[in-house]
Design a protein around this ligand. Structure first.
Ligand SMILES: C[S@@+](CC[C@H](N)C(=O)[O-])C[C@H]1O[C@@H](n2cnc3c(N)ncnc32)[C@H](O)[C@@H]1O
Length: 289
């Protein structure tokens, strides 16, 4: 049985919130080591997942460093896909939905740049949005590329503001779509908070705005564990958990939702992260102009 001291040691070792991973509903793997149930129980005394109902964990990247996912994408893969030719090619535009404090956005921005410093840098602009204004403040305060990465507080599900900052950003470049959208570890939070229809609306929205989509869906076991944690803490369930009919193999379900009717096609799987999540790349089909 893991002692409180043992857990405190973990806290010192890994930061203040080692619960992040478990709160997000998955077995905690730190440096390749799986946390056992008892350690997870110990964590619960220190955690309040009710404080992060959207997955808006304040220290997310202490537990899920960007490299865990970026390293699955071979260098040059995305930039070759997105490379534009022409006399004055328009910049590559990327949308990161649910960017948290921006660490992964910055890592992907760097990943899109050429490996060789002698090569011409890619003209890439990111719009990164998150529902949590504190996380956006944090991202803005530590933004190493303020000319190329913009952060904005925005709820992607806010239907009273269709487009909103996303549309404004695109208008600034005289464009109607982003080249690439990132939906990393956000689908479960949209699904739990907005139900099946919310997930459908979310996928429709990002498909409308992005020509390619990199999606990292949380597996179903994460939903069950996230809900179980709330129950154990005596908090009300997620609004929609019991009524979700889209369940099971979430990577497969999301793939068929996107590809059904020919809206998009799955063009690459980048393997599985050490949190057991697939990284899926879709190309959105647009009617010929
Ligand atoms: C688990 S974190 C993942 C962060 C980042 N995408 C990554 O994979 O490293 C989920 C993020 O999605 C954000 N989020 C959840 N629902 C959202 C919404 N409706 N609109 C915008 N952001 C949202 C949360 O605030 C949180 O920062």
């Amino acid at each position: 049985m893991a002692s409180r001291n043992h857990f405190s040691h973990r806290v010192q070792q890994y930061g203040k919130n080692p619960e992040v991973l478990h709160a997000e509903g998955c077995t905690l793997l730190v440096a390749g080591e799986a946390m056992d149930e008892q350690e997870a129980e110990d964590q619960e005394r220190y955690t309040d997942p009710g404080a992060a109902p959207y997955g808006n964990f304040p220290n997310y990247y202490s537990f899920n460093p960007p490299e865990n996912r970026v390293s699955l994408v071979p260098p040059g893969f995305l930039s070759n896909l997105l490379q534009k030719s022409g006399v004055s090619p328009s910049p590559i535009l990327c949308l990161d939905v649910g960017c948290n404090s921006g660490d992964l956005s910055v890592a992907f921005y760097k990943h899109l740049q050429p490996c060789e410093p002698s090569d011409e840098p890619m003209d890439v602009h990111f719009l990164c949005c998150d529902i949590d204004a504190d996380l956006i403040d944090k991202a803005q305060a530590s933004n190493p590329f303020p000319k190329s990465i913009s952060y904005v507080t925005s709820d992607i599900m806010d239907s009273s503001d269709p487009g909103g900052p996303i549309r404004n950003f695109l208008d600034g470049f005289n464009r109607s779509t982003f080249d690439l959208g990132f939906c990393m570890s956000i689908t479960m939070w949209i699904h739990l908070n907005h139900g099946d229809q919310g997930l459908i609306d979310f996928l429709n929205r990002v498909t409308k705005f992005c020509d390619y989509l990199l999606i990292e869906p949380q597996p179903w076991k994460c939903y069950r564990q996230a809900a179980r944690r709330l129950r154990k803490l005596g908090r009300p369930d997620f609004d929609h958990f019991h009524t979700l009919s889209i369940r099971g193999n979430m990577a497969k379900r999301i793939t068929s939702m996107l590809t059904h009717g020919g809206n998009a096609k799955l063009i690459h799987r980048f393997g599985t992260t050490n949190w057991g999540r697939s990284l899926l790349l879709f190309q959105v089909n647009r009617p010929a102009k």
